[in-house]
Design a protein around this ligand. Structure first.
Ligand SMILES: NC(=O)c1ccc[n+]([C@@H]2O[C@H](COP(=O)([O-])OP(=O)(O)OC[C@H]3O[C@@H](n4cnc5c(N)ncnc54)[C@H](OP(=O)(O)O)[C@@H]3O)[C@@H](O)[C@H]2O)c1
Length: 436
């Protein structure tokens, strides 16, 4: 690296790439004061050179190929802001690390699939691989886990890591509260119109984006290789306004949570909708905000909240990584040297245990509840509370149960028996309760 000058190449000039260029232009002098080096964007690459952009590229070299940028000998750091687990993004990061350059990326899909291999490559070349922006946008959770909490053994992480899902669930909750319940599909359409959801929303609403982020956090928190395949993933499509209404009545909020726990038996990583008590700090993280709660053995719980996406917050995280590189800080990407990351046994979801919310749509007839109770009793699932609001002999009526702690496997068998009862008109709706 040239003394006092960090020469940066950026591939990808969309939301995040543009944000990084604007942030560096706005705060160049401040950053130079803080890290004693000038961060200068010398080269860029994107798909379309002719595209109109709302920032200046005067004096900046344009590379038609991302491989050209990766190998540009006059660059110290390559910033990958293209996206995707394969193709141009992966080749760029591998090429740049191969050439001994530091790499900063916001690409959770790439890291979730290839993070450990990239970290190994970075170390073999004495280069940094940094990815603060890949998880929870502007919240410095990677740095917190890797550095600020490094003296602790971390036992659990709970996160709201997908702003699209959180926006949809918050808007559905608002509708219920206002007496104008809205279902998932209508709120999703609104989120798409507002730019909070992609035209193809499946990465977000089916939980995959959140799973990518959880797999990365798990690795940093527990010192194991990134293991996306082990994450149990469920999305939010099946959440209805009726369940949100019952959650409010019972003193809960529904959130898509990312949860990772590490114990003596191994690691359980899961992404699914949860009911969390309204007294929990995470219950009030609404809209596009993200939050993470970590449990450290000496520090106890720590709560982080902030904007999980968008031009400014994501650029803030990318530039923080660039500043660390300018300061010469080269901490192993996942907190431990890649060769020392230890794979831990995966605890299957069937071994999860916790309380559950169950909503059944039943025929309102004597004996129905007794049959349901028998199915639960046969699997040793004990009921904590039951709610039946309306009585109408001509229609299916909702019956809501909450259970004491039960194993997922037992509950699954009980729900299968309940579904077979002739008086139960829909498959049971189940939401796990997480007492945070
Ligand atoms: N947006 C966010 O809030 C956010 C938050 C956290 C993390 N991230 C991550 O940040 C990364 C970038 O996201 P973004 O929202 O900024 O994406 P974006 O707005 O879609 O921008 C993508 C950029 O990549 C360029 N590009 C696409 N394919 C390319 C190729 N084959 N070769 C060279 N350039 C290519 C595009 O070029 P053109 O401009 O010429 O089309 C565009 O400039 C992704 O990994 C994303 O997951 C985004």
């Amino acid at each position: 690296m040239t003394q006092h000058l960090v020469r940066i190449g950026i591939a990808g000039l969309g939301t995040v790439g543009g944000g990084v260029i604007k942030l560096l232009a706005a705060h160049g002098a401040l950053i130079e004061q803080r890290c004693g080096a000038r961060l200068r964007v010398d080269a860029v690459a994107a798909r379309d050179r002719a595209k109109a952009r709302d920032f200046s590229l005067d004096g900046v070299r344009w590379h038609d190929s991302t491989q050209g940028l990766a190998r540009d000998p006059a660059l110290d750091v390559v910033v990958e802001l293209i996206g995707g687990a394969e193709g141009a993004a992966r080749e760029l990061c591998q090429g740049a690390l191969d050439a001994g350059k530091h790499v900063v990326t916001a690409n959770k899909a790439l890291l979730a699939h290839h993070g450990t291999a990239l970290a190994r490559l970075a170390e073999s070349k004495g280069a940094s691989l940094r990815f603060e922006a890949a998880v929870a946008g502007g919240i410095p959770i990677i740095k917190a886990l890797r550095e600020g909490l490094a003296g602790n053994r971390i036992s659990a992480i709970h996160g709201i890591l997908n702003g699209t899902c959180n926006y949809i669930l918050s808007a559905m909750q608002e509708g219920v509260r206002a007496g104008k319940p809205r279902e998932f599909a209508s709120v999703l359409a609104e989120a798409q119109a507002l730019g909070y959801a992609e035209a193809d929303p499946s990465m977000d609403v089916d939980g995959h984006d959140a799973a990518h982020k959880l797999a990365i956090l798990t690795s940093v928190a527990f010192g194991c290789p990134v293991d996306l395949a082990s994450v149990h993933v469920e999305g939010i499509r099946q959440i209805s306004a009726m369940d949100i209404d019952y959650a409010l009545t019972l003193g809960y909020r529904i959130k898509l949570l990312c949860i990772s726990r590490c114990g003596t038996e191994g690691v359980l990583q899961r992404v699914h909708p949860c009911m969390v008590p309204e007294s929990s700090p995470i219950a009030h993280v609404d809209g596009v905000f993200n939050a993470v709660i970590t449990q450290g053995d000496f520090v106890g719980p720590s709560v982080f909240e902030g904007r999980g996406a968008g031009e400014g917050p994501t650029a803030s995280a990318v530039v923080a990584d660039l500043i660390d590189i300018a300061r010469g800080l080269n901490v192993p990407a996942f907190g431990l040297p890649a060769g020392q990351l230890v794979a831990r046994p995966t605890i299957p979801m069937a071994r999860h245990a916790g309380p559950y919310y169950i909503r059944l749509m039943v025929v309102d007839r004597p004996g129905v509840i007794a049959d349901v109770a028998a199915c639960l009793r046969d699997e040793q699932v004990s009921v904590e509370s039951m709610l039946q609001r309306s009585r109408n002999p001509d229609e299916a009526v909702p019956v809501v149960l909450t259970t004491h702690e039960a194993s997922e496997a037992s509950l699954g068998r009980a729900l299968a028996s309940i579904e077979r009862l002739g008086t139960v008109l829909e498959p049971p709706h189940m939401i796990r309760i997480e007492n945070l």
